[in-house]
Design a binder for this molecule. Structure first.
Ligand code: SF4
Length: 467
């Protein structure tokens, strides 16, 4: 037998010496671990006298959330120039969403640079930054109502349903896909009625129980943060009692805009814990899905809230929306993903922005998503790497952004299929017009040209389709 001598690795140079393959990084460069702490809210004149105990109290946060445009603009007086206030006034007049902003959120905005601040962009529209809607954009772009056998219960995927028990949220986001129902009516949109209703809930529960194929229920809204503890228990227990239901996710933006609730609303957090533990005993998964979009939304308060959920064994996953000027750079998305991992939140999805009314300034092209995904993948562990998806307009469901059948970067049209949802259908996504060339933007002004471009894209997709 031949003796084999193993070559010494770099770590075996000497007994007391470890030869590093590459130098360790400077800890100061690990930005994802550097969370905002201290009494940061006091830099806002309206909160200068607010104590830590008050600011950490969810009731104080809710009570002082701003729900009227005039009050919001008043709170900004002295913080920003008059021109900015006028700009915001015009923005709100043209916005399809209602207003609701928490003091926590307002405190995280850099009011020295409000035009470019990524949180301001998500919640306060400015007339000067708005673009006309894409001609192919509709109010319920994901056709959730068309796939709803009971109002507020969408059954699209074979084994999953989306239950919308209420229509209110702790804040209102400009880019909300569900602006057709969420919040109160605005000058632009009369909302579909999805208030809390025992009769409507009972119908939804009955439908779910009568469908043996339904195993996975998303409870969204509106927002599960706005359910009372007793309502959380009622929904959780009703669904856990159904033999067909195996998985449940409560969806809330809350941790990103008011993490205080998890720390100070003991009844709510205990109710969630009860359902999670009950589910675990029944071998059913109950998790929380949340919605952070920018690393600045994760502070030391968030970390404490997420630590509490982690200690209680509650899994939290995140779904972000890719937005222009918010998180559409490789650096920001990498930082967001790493920071989410740092506070034990799994980055699950990044959505290419839906075709939502009044927010063309926030949409990016599909190409932006593909580029960012390429650079994010590999920067951390695979299980902490989000999948970039397009929620196919018209009801195709979520499609991996890379899975398009055809993508014409010049006209901005991408074509997707969704064999598990509808075998023969084609679904179209449209890049925002203002990012296309002036010649192509001109073509989009003509209905005849629109149909020609769409027809060409569909033909190409049919030729290129991977079965
Ligand atoms: S919290 Fe969610 S449902 Fe509510 S407005 Fe924002 S995106 Fe829409």
């Amino acid at each position: 037998m031949t003796a084999v001598t193993l070559k010494k690795g770099p770590s075996e140079v000497g007994e007391d010496t470890i030869a590093h393959l590459k130098p360790p990084v400077d800890p100061a460069s690990l930005k994802h671990k550097q969370l905002l702490e201290g009494e940061f809210w006091r830099r806002i004149p309206a909160y200068a006298e607010v104590s830590e105990a008050e600011f950490l109290d969810h009731s104080w946060q809710s009570k002082h959330s701003i729900t009227r445009i005039d009050k919001l603009l008043k709170a900004l007086e002295g913080l920003v120039e008059d021109g900015f206030v006028r700009d915001a006034e015009i923005g709100f007049q043209r916005a399809p969403m209602s207003v609701r902003v928490s003091p926590y959120l307002l405190s995280l905005i850099d009011w020295k640079n409000p035009y470019v601040d990524p949180l301001r962009r998500q919640f306060i529209p400015l007339g000067s930054q708005l673009h006309p809607d894409h001609p192919k954009l509709g109010l319920d772009s994901l056709a959730e109502m068309a796939d709803a056998p009971v109002p507020g219960l969408t059954h699209r995927y074979p084994d999953k349903a989306l239950f919308l028990p209420l229509n209110t949220c702790p804040v209102y986001c400009r880019f909300c896909t569900r602006s057709y129902a969420v919040g109160i009516d605005t000058e632009e949109v009369e909302k579909v009625e999805l208030r809390v209703s025992p009769e409507r809930w009972a119908k939804a529960f009955r439908y779910i129980s009568e469908r043996p194929e339904l195993e996975d229920i998303v409870i969204s809204g509106g927002d599960a943060y706005n359910l009372r503890a007793s309502q959380l228990l009622e929904i959780g227990e009703a669904l856990l009692a159904m033999p067909n239901v195996r998985r449940m996710r409560f969806a809330t933006k809350g941790p990103a805009v008011m993490p205080q609730k998890i720390l100070s609303d003991q009844a709510w957090t205990d109710a969630l814990t009860t359902i999670v533990e009950k589910g675990r005993k029944l071998h059913k998964e109950v998790v929380l899905h949340t919605h952070f979009n920018h690393p600045n939304e994760i502070t030391s308060i968030t970390e404490r809230a997420m630590n509490l959920l982690f200690e209680r064994g509650i899994v939290v996953r995140n779904q972000s929306v890719l937005q222009r000027g918010v998180n559409d750079t490789i650096e920001t998305m990498r930082l967001l993903v790493k920071r989410l991992g740092h506070v034990n939140v799994h980055p699950y999805y990044v959505y290419v922005h839906d075709l939502v009314k009044g927010v063309e300034d926030l949409r990016t092209s599909l190409d932006t998503a593909l580029t960012i995904e390429k650079h994010v993948r590999g920067s951390t562990a695979g299980f902490n790497t989000p999948t970039f998806v397009v929620d196919a307009p018209g009801g195709g469901g979520k499609r991996n952004a890379h899975s398009y059948e055809h993508y014409d970067r010049e006209t901005g049209i991408s074509v997707f299929t969704s064999p598990a949802v509808k075998a023969d259908a084609y679904y179209l996504y449209f890049d925002p017009l203002h990012q296309l060339s002036p010649e192509v933007q001109k073509r989009w002004q003509s209905p005849v040209e629109q149909e020609a471009m769409i027809g060409a894209a569909l033909e190409a997709a049919k030729r290129q389709r991977r079965s």
